[in-house]
Ligand binder design. Sequence first.
Ligand code: SAH
Ligand code: SF4
Ligand code: F3S
Length: 445
Amino acid sequence: MSNIYIETYGCQMNFADSEIVASLLQKEGDQMVGEIEQADYVLINTCAIRDNAEQRIRKRLRELRAVQQRHPQLRIGILGCMAERLQSQLMVEEENVSFVVGPDSYRRLPEIMRKVREMGVKEAATELSTSETYADIEPVRLASNGISAYISIMRGCQNYCAYCVVPYTRGRERSRDPETIVAEARSLFEQGYKEVTLLGQNVNSYRFVVENASGEKETVDFPDLMRRVAEIDPLLRVRFATSHPKDLSDKLLEVMAKYDNICKCIHLPVQSGSDRMLKLMNRHYDSAWYLDRITAIRRYMPDCSITTDVIAGFCTETEEEHQMTLEMFRKVRYDYAYMFKFSMRPNTYAEKHLQDDVPDAEKTRRLEEIIALQGQLALENNRKEIGKTFEVLVEGESHRSKEQLFGRNSQNKVIVFDRKDVVPGQYVKVKVTDCTAATLKGELV
Ligand code: SAH
Ligand code: SF4
Ligand code: F3S
């Protein structure tokens, strides 16, 4: 029986994985603690997507040395994508790390931790799997507000975008049995949850072959799965992330449009507005295809919000190509964007075959231009919401004032309003009266 402190970095899938890890360890009798000072083990679930994500972990490990001096029995384990990328080398570089466990080896954690404790050895488990989905593990909802939860529906990615480490850190793509997904969502709803987010690197390629009642093989694809989760209850909202533009089907848009409780928000990472860049990035679509998908979204769901990811200064990107990205932003008018400077990652196609030749200062300038434009577009989009009334799922107290609550509408926009006698977890109608680029303000109706 040990005390475990888990710290999570990176994407939603890492947060979902930490909940699986907590569940696996609790079954062994360990308990999760909220204070590092009480812990026997610190588990750091890491991200490797950009160099600065890894630098942040290294800095954290230096800080933890001080804690270890006060508590010499404290052991540190590295989980997640940085563990997978660097494997046992990480324990050589970082002396205070006792074990390294990759995303497909979490079932081995109890055994590894026992070995480390009893034999005083260092251990690494970084084998990737083609079948592990942790489908049978019921996650312990760690950072949950009791209202909204993540459900992993698939693992891995094999799209091999030229810049990306994920295929190397998460392995081959595999989908989880739909029965277990629907059961998990239903159980969450019965516990009082009101929203689930289905997670995968590219949910559009979700595919699972099942046997139907008459013994025939049948493929469940992502729209089929969405339909099944949406039909659990109209009061259970369903979201998903991320969808790859190359596979965004009309079938999915049709299902989304049909169910009110499927949230009208699509995260569709564009990465660049230039066709030459998209080709070099190995994205398998061009700007015309992407814009056609945007038109399709708006045709099925005129009120759907659209968000994106973009990379500034990918290998050999010219000023003109950067301008094409800005042009794409003006055309689509995203509601939100995650914007990044290109960071060369070891062992990717880009590192092996391309030149990271856009100077850092130039990447920064391009990124700042995108950020400035996006800020303006988000504000303009939000202004158009003033006067409209939305159904809002209330999540909690506003950070600014105890007198106010915040929640999200179907479009995933945060709305703040005076609380009156409303409590978190409730659905309310809010009329928008004001906004910033990041939030809507409104009043209960
Ligand atoms: N599976 C998702 C994205 C996962 S990574 C998808 O394909 O859309 C999240 C985002 O990080 C990516 O969309 C990309 O914009 C960014 N990213 C990935 N690798 C990067 C790198 N080497 N440098 C900068 N940004 C990167
Ligand atoms: Fe990375 Fe591309 Fe896979 Fe997304 S689709 S995780 S960007 S390789
Ligand atoms: Fe990071 Fe791994 Fe997610 S690299 S973004 S934690 S899949």
